[in-house]
Design a protein around this ligand. Structure first.
Ligand code: PEP
Ligand code: MN
Length: 356
C-alpha cells in the first residue's frame, strides 16, 4: 500500500484530507470517516505549508511524516503530500510516502521542479502537478514534460485555479478553458480538480466540484478536516467529513460517452446541424469582412481615419441591445463584437500600409 497507479484508479479519483496534517488523531479521524462511505481513494495532507507571510503556521514538518506513514499502513490508505524542495522529497521517500504533489508555487519555478525530479527519478512514485499560480498553461505543460522526460510517467495534473487581482467570488479563478486545453495537449493525462483552493470557501466547493465532473475531469482533491473552524490552515474552505460525504453522494457523475446507439445517433444528428450553422457563420463573417475591405478602401481614398469611434459605439450599443432581447449573454456578445472590431481595424490599417 504505497504508490498509486494514477491511470488505473477508479474514476472519479477522490483525494481527500486536511490542508495540513496537525496530529495523528486528526488524520485517523478523517480517513476512517471517509473509508466507511468509500469516498476516498487517496489521503492528502500537507506537512510543509507554503504560506504567503511568515509567522503563520508553516506545517508540522518532518514529525508529521511519521503519522502519514503510520496511517498509510494502519488504515491501508495511500497518502499524498506536497514537496517543495529536494530535502522534502528525500524525507518523504525515506518515510515511505511515494505519492507526491507539486504545489502551485513550485510549478512556477522550473529550477525547483527540475531539482525535485532529480530526487524522484528512478523511484517508484506517483506525482500530481498543480497548475502554476498564474494562468500560464505552457509553464504547467513544461513541468509535466520535465517529469515525463525524466521517466516519471505515473503522473496527473491538478487544476487548483489561478490567482487574479480581479474581484471574484472565487479564491482562485477556475478559467476552465485552461485545463480543457491541457487535456487536449495530453489526452491520456488524468486531470484532477481541486475545488477547495478554487472556491476558497466551503459553501462554493460543491458547485465547483460538479462543474469539474461535468467537464469529465478524472477526479477531485478536496480538503476535509474534523473541525474546519479550528484548522491551522485554510479554515474557511475545509469541509467536515459529514459535509464531504454529503457532497460526494450528491454529485452527478457524467459519462464520457454512451453505449446506447440511439443516444449516439441523436447526438450525431444535433452535431450535423451545428456543422451547418458553423458553415453559415463563417460565410457570414467572410461577407462582413469583404464589406470591411471595401469600406477601408473608400476611407483611404477619402482620407478618413480607420477608427471611427462614433460608429463603433453605435455598433456596440445596438448589437448588444439586440443580443439581450434575444437572450444572449451580454459579456459574451461584447467580447465577440470586440474581436470582430479588432480584426476589422487590422484589415483596414493593412490596406493603408500596402497601398502607400
Ligand atoms: C494545498 O493543497 O494545501 C496547497 C497549498 O495548494 P496550492 O499549491 O494549490 O496552493
Ligand atoms: Mn490548503
Amino acid at each position: 500500500m504505497s504508490t498509486v497507479r494514477l491511470n488505473k484508479l477508479k474514476k472519479p479519483i477522490l483525494v481527500a484530507g486536511p490542508c495540513s496534517a496537525e496530529s495523528k488523531e486528526q488524520l485517523v479521524s478523517v480517513t476512517s470517516a471517509l473509508q466507511k462511505t468509500n469516498s476516498i481513494s487517496i489521503l492528502r495532507a500537507g506537512i510543509w505549508k507554503p504560506r504567503t507571510r511568515p509567522n503563520s503556521f508553516e506545517g508540522i514538518g518532518e514529525k508529521g511524516l511519521i503519522w502519514l506513514k503510520e496511517v498509510q499502513e494502519e488504515l491501508q490508505i495511500p497518502v499524498i503530500t506536497e514537496v517543495a524542495t529536494t530535502l522534502h522529497a528525500e524525507k518523504a521517500l525515506e518515510n515511505g510516502i511515494k505519492n507526491i504533489w507539486i504545489g502551485a508555487r513550485t510549478t512556477v519555478n522550473p529550477f525547483s521542479v527540475q531539482e525535485i525530479i532529480e530526487v524522484l527519478k528512478g523511484e517508484d512514485v506517483s506525482v500530481m502537478v498543480k497548475n502554476p499560480i498564474h494562468a500560464d498553461i505552457d509553464l504547467w505543460q513544461g513541468s509535466i514534460e520535465r517529469f515525463i522526460k525524466a521517466g516519471v510517467e505515473n503522473i496527473a495534473a491538478v487544476h487548483r485555479g489561478f490567482s487574479s487581482f480581479m474581484n471574484s467570488e472565487y479564491r482562485n479563478l477556475p478559467m476552465w478553458n485552461i485545463p480543457i486545453e491541457l487535456q487536449r495537449r495530453f489526452p491520456t493525462l488524468p486531470i484532477i480538480c481541486d475545488p477547495s483552493h478554487i472556491a476558497g470557501k466551503s459553501e462554493l466547493v460543491k458547485t465547483v466540484a460538479q462543474k469539474a465532473l461535468d467537464l469529465n475531469m478524472a477526479g477531485l482533491m478536496i480538503e476535509v478536516h474534523p473541525d474546519p473552524k479550528n484548522a491551522l490552515s485554510d479554515p474557511q474552505q475545509q469541509l467536515t467529513p459529514i459535509e464531504y460525504n454529503q457532497l460526494i453522494s450528491r454529485l452527478v457523475l457524467r459519462k464520457a460517452t454512451s453505449e446506447s446507439q440511439m443516444v449516439l445517433n441523436q447526438l450525431e444528428e444535433l452535431r450535423s446541424q451545428i456543422d451547418k450553422v458553423d458553415e453559415d457563420l463563417i460565410s457570414t463573417l467572410v461577407s462582413r469582412l469583404d464589406l470591411i475591405k471595401q469600406i477601408g478602401e473608400y476611407k483611404r481614398s477619402e482620407n478618413l481615419s480607420v477608427l471611427q469611434l462614433k460608429r463603433w459605439n453605435e455598433i456596440l450599443n445596438s448589437r448588444t441591445e439586440l443580443a439581450k432581447k434575444l437572450n444572449l449573454d451580454e459579456v459574451f456578445i461584447v467580447k465577440f463584437l470586440e474581436l470582430i472590431h479588432q480584426e476589422s481595424i487590422r484589415i483596414q490599417t493593412d490596406i493603408n500600409s500596402t497601398l502607400d
